[in-house]
Each structure stands twice: as C-alpha cells, then as structure tokens.
Ligand binder design. Structure first.
Ligand code: PLP
Length: 389
C-alpha cells in the first residue's frame, strides 16, 4: 500500500496533515490539553452540560437500569423504553408530533436525505452546509444544486430550474458550524411554499442555544409548522451523543422504515440517551443557563472587535476570528496555546481559500475572569503574530 506513504507525505508537504490533540481532563471552561491547563474556546459543549452533575448522574443511572449497550438495532432488540421516553421529550421540546433518535448527527443526515430524496428528485443545498449533508446528498443520487451561501435569490433561481423534478428538498444548516451565522429560514420557508418544495434544517449548533425556548432555529424565527424536517444533535449543547429528527408522525414513521443509517445500526447506548434526556429537561426548565451563554458570547465578540480583530457582527456563540492567511492563522493558534488558550485555527479545505480563521466558541460555564484572561492572551498573541502592533 505505497499510496498511503505517498499521500500522507503529500498532505505534510501541503501543510494539510492533521493530528489530534489529547484532552487529559473532562471538558470544562478550563481543560487540560496534553498536560497543559488551557481556557477552552473551541468546544461545542455550549451549555457546559457534559460536566453538569444532573446530566452525569442520569447517564450513570441509565447504565444501572439498562446496561452499557443497546444490543441491537431499534427495529430488532435495541428499542428500550428509554429511547422512546427521549423521543417523546424531544417532540415535546420541539413542538412537533413526533421524533426519532439516531446514533450520530452524521448518520442522521445521511439517513434522512437518502430516505427523502432519490433519483428524479432535486436537493438544493447551501454551499457551506456541513460535510454530513454533502455526503447525504451524494448518497441520495438526487440531482444536487448548490446555492451560494445564504443567497435566497440564487436559491430561487435554482428552484425555478428544478420545477420538472419529482420532489424538491431544500436543506440548510440552521447555524453554520464554521461561521456561526444563521440560515435565512423565513425566506427559505416562503420560497419552499411558493415553489412546492420542502425544507430540512440541521440544528446541530442551534439546539439548546437559539430561540426563546432553546428549541432551535424554528423556535428563533417562529416558523412552527413551516419547516418539515428538523434535525439536530444531542452531542453539542446537549452534552451527550447522538442526534434527532423531529416532525410529523408520518415523517418519523417513514424514517423508521426507510432511513438506512437508522435501520442498519445498533441503537444509541443507554448512557447517551439518559444524559440527553436530562439535558433536554434542563434546557426546558433552566433558561438561565442559556442566558449565561449569550451574555458570554456578546462580551467576547464585542471585546475581540474592539481589540481590532475581524469578527462578523452576527449574534452567535460561534465567533470566527478572520485572519485570512492559513500560515498566520496557525501561528496565532499556536501562540494562543502557549498563552494558555485553546482555540484551533481552521484553514482550507475546511473553509474557502483566504478565509482561514480561529474558530472561537464560548460556553455558559466560562466566568468573566476566564474570558478576560483569554482576551489578554488574544492581545499578546495577536502582537506576536503581527496582526496588530
Ligand atoms: C452542522 C452539523 N451537522 C451535523 C454534525 C454531525 O453531528 P455528530 O457530531 O453528532 O455526528 C455536525 C458536527 O459534528 C455539525 O456541525
């Protein structure tokens, strides 16, 4: 297998080889990364629930009551009362008739898109959608039309072109994972109604974060009943693992029967389901956790902006700090790490050329002291990287 050596060398040559950083502690506002304590500014654990005592206790209880694994797929021997209880809670939280859980968000996007679109159908997808959506589109064998990021005029143009197709599915991230900006969902829903399409939103980064009830982008934009497929993860703000799809009874029944990544995969483990159930209930009952997240996000964003960094004005806990040049971005990320802040640099091919950035995310559990310390580190590291004098 000589090609392995050659292709790995090629990655190194192009400075695109990736390696994993090891965490030596649980994931909180301060986390030990490869032996060094850092302020963590890169987690999707937005509400800090991976470390919440109620969530951890629920995971332990689920193991005691149900065991370590599910032992089969949901349609064979792996459908526990706990899975059904979680699905009921999610549909209550989302305000939909029903819900279904998947092992991961990646699997959910593959399974749902493949089930809902096939040969003769069209999928219209935002160019910055998550890789799992892109892969779901590929697997579906539908005609895929990629529209410019958040450009609803371009989307409309494409909707006109696909009027002859059997079905039309518009799919978009709710909050885009690398930019933190929101999909123009009200306009997308209106276009879908006008052109006879249906809409799927991926609320991986919106669940537990956006909306008056924390239920995601549909809640945020008050679009109840106008977005047919709401997917989200249990692995980010909810602090567990897995994913859900919420919608009508019919949609969920269809996915149970046609979603290949649901059918042909072992049911998610009890610990993850128990933790997610406790997390959804916390989001529903303790909005103050979300309030802390938003307070922190606004403080960090405005402070970085005042310091001279380029940050978009978008209101979101994902704060891309744009540097542009890939090498400079990686230098800044390393300088931040030396200053005790973990915030990874993101460069092509993950993001378009010339838009390399530090992807900063904030958590509800950061204290003002954590954030001020991180800001001082940004000031010093920025000077070292030659971003400002
Ligand atoms: C927008 C989006 N969708 C889907 C996923 C996949 O979810 P999971 O990590 O649960 O597989 C992610 C992140 O990983 C994501 O950012």
């Amino acid at each position: 297998m000589n090609f392995l050596t050659e292709e790995l060398e090629e990655l190194h040559r192009k400075d695109l080889h990736r390696r994993m950083r090891r965490l030596d502690s649980p994931q909180g506002a301060r986390t030990v990364i490869e032996g060094k304590e850092c302020i963590l500014l890169s987690s999707n654990n937005y509400l800090g629930l991976t470390e919440h005592p109620v969530v951890k206790e629920a995971a332990k209880l689920a193991v005691d009551n149900w065991g370590a694994g599910a032992g089969g797929s949901r349609l064979t021997t792996g459908n526990y009362a706990l899975h059904e209880e979680l699905e009921q809670e999610i549909s209550h939280f989302k305000g939909t008739e029903s819900a279904i859980v998947f092992g991961t968000g990646y699997a959910a996007n593959l399974g749902v898109i493949q089930a809902l679109a096939g040969r003769g159908d069209a999928v219209l997808s935002d160019e910055l959608n998550h890789a799992s959506i892109i892969d779901g589109c590929r697997l579906s064998q539908a005609g895929v039309k990629v529209y410019r990021h958040r450009d609803t005029e371009h989307l409309e143009e494409m909707l006109r072109q696909v009027q002859g197709y059997r079905r039309r599915l518009i799919v978009t991230d709710g909050v885009f994972s690398m930019d933190g900006d929101l999909a123009p969902l009200p306009k997308i829903a209106a276009l879908a109604e006008r052109y006879g399409a249906f809409v799927m939103v991926d609320d991986a980064h919106a669940t537990g974060v956006l909306g008056g009830r924390g239920a995601g982008t549909v809640d945020h934009f008050s679009l109840e009943g106008r977005v047919q497929v709401q997917m989200g993860t249990l692995s980010k703000a909810l602090g567990s693992s897995g994913a859900y799809v919420a919608g009508t009874h019919e949609l969920i029944d269809y996915l149970r029967n046609m979603g290949r990544s649901f059918i042909f995969s072992t049911a998610p483990p009890p610990a993850a389901m128990g933790a997610a159930l406790a997390a959804v209930r916390l989001v529903e009952r303790q909005p103050e956790i979300r309030t802390r997240l938003w307070r922190n996000a606004r403080y960090l964003r405005t402070s970085l902006d005042k310091m001279g960094y380029i940050v978009p004005a978008e209101d979101s806990p994902i704060i891309p700090v744009f540097i542009g040049d890939a090498a400079k971005t990686m230098y800044l990320s390393q300088a931040l790490l030396e200053e005790g802040v973990f915030a990874p640099g993101i460069r092509p091919p993950t993001v378009p050329q010339g838009t390399s950035r530090i992807r900063v995310t904030v958590m509800a559990v950061h204290t003002r002291e954590d954030l001020d310390q991180a800001l001082s580190a940004f000031a010093r590291a920025g000077k070292r990287a030659g971003i400002f004098s």
